[in-house]
Design a protein around this ligand. Structure first.
Ligand code: ATP
Ligand code: MG
Length: 250
């Protein structure tokens, strides 16, 4: 690890970068995972490395949706496991949600390492392991089509931080509510999801937990009202406006 001073203006960002680089060296992540992280960093920089108002609105709608879900599933890739395994496990626990591993470039070795990370963070059961049963999501081919019969396949709501556009589209087309966390409001995933949280997953997952604790007391009708008032396209436009404002200012 490189020494990073806490006084450095990009301290938090650099700590995450180090974590990712280390996980790559340990064989947990593919090289392309680092590139995906870099794309996220660029948007995070522009958005001020903080949770914006539109992100908070999406977090509220996502929390209400997750609380009303019959079978919520959290789909975890390498980046999510490396950056937020403990928070993912906490969230899954709070929701009685299932956790399913889904790697973009799936190799048996990386699946085992991601599973280890999740177990170390306290996950009791993890789906999508090597050797687990799987069925194909309609409209997808190859390893990306994998879904566990008791996981993503059965879910009515899937929380999937960092998904690729094709899979997000296929999940939505199969009738699932897809909640994504994606710093790029222009990505196909962001544009396709039912609820798009444009923010860093590192900040979002603890906020989802916090928001859910708050909304837990609400009635079904109140939660439905929160969801009804949320307009995903309008909310994405608000994030894009913040980005545009950033460039006008400088
Ligand atoms: P599309 O959705 O258009 O198919 P993609 O998913 O193929 O695009 P990638 O660069 O492979 O695009 O995926 C990474 C996505 O995840 C990027 O949009 C990036 O902004 C976002 N991202 C990366 N790290 C984080 C993070 N820590 N929190 C939230 N989003 C992130
Ligand atoms: Mg994407």
């Amino acid at each position: 690890m490189h020494e990073i001073s806490p006084n450095h203006p990009r301290y938090h960002s650099l700590i995450l970068r180090e974590k990712m680089a280390q996980a790559f060296k340990e064989g947990i992540l593919a090289d392309t995972a680092l590139i995906a992280h870099g794309r996220g960093e660029a948007f995070d920089y522009i958005l001020g490395e903080k949770t914006t108002l539109p992100a908070m609105k999406a977090i509220e709608a996502a929390s209400a949706t997750l609380l009303l879900a019959k079978i919520p599933v959290i789909s975890v890739n390498g980046n999510t496991a490396v950056l937020a395994a403990e928070d993912v496990v906490k969230l899954a626990h709070l929701l009685s949600a299932r956790i399913e591993i889904n790697l973009f470039y799936r190799t048996p070795q990386r699946v085992v390492k991601v599973e280890e990370l999740l177990k170390k963070a306290g996950a009791k059961e993890v789906l999508g392991k090597e050797g687990d049963e799987h069925v194909s999501v309609e409209g997808l081919e190859g390893p990306r089509s994998r879904a566990h019969p008791q996981g993503v396949h059965q879910a009515d709501v899937v929380l999937v931080p960092l998904e690729d556009g094709d899979r997000a589209q296929a999940l939505v087309a199969s009738g699932k509510k897809v909640i994504t966390i994606d710093l790029n409001p222009l990505s196909r995933t962001a544009q396709t999801a039912s609820i798009t949280i444009v923010d860093n997953l590192v900040r979002v997952i603890p906020l989802l937990i916090q928001e859910m604790e708050k909304l837990k007391e609400c009635s079904r009708e109140e939660l439905e009202e929160v969801i009804k008032e949320f307009d995903n396209n309008k909310n994405i436009s608000e994030s894009l406006n913040l980005i545009a404002q950033h460039f006008k200012k400088s």
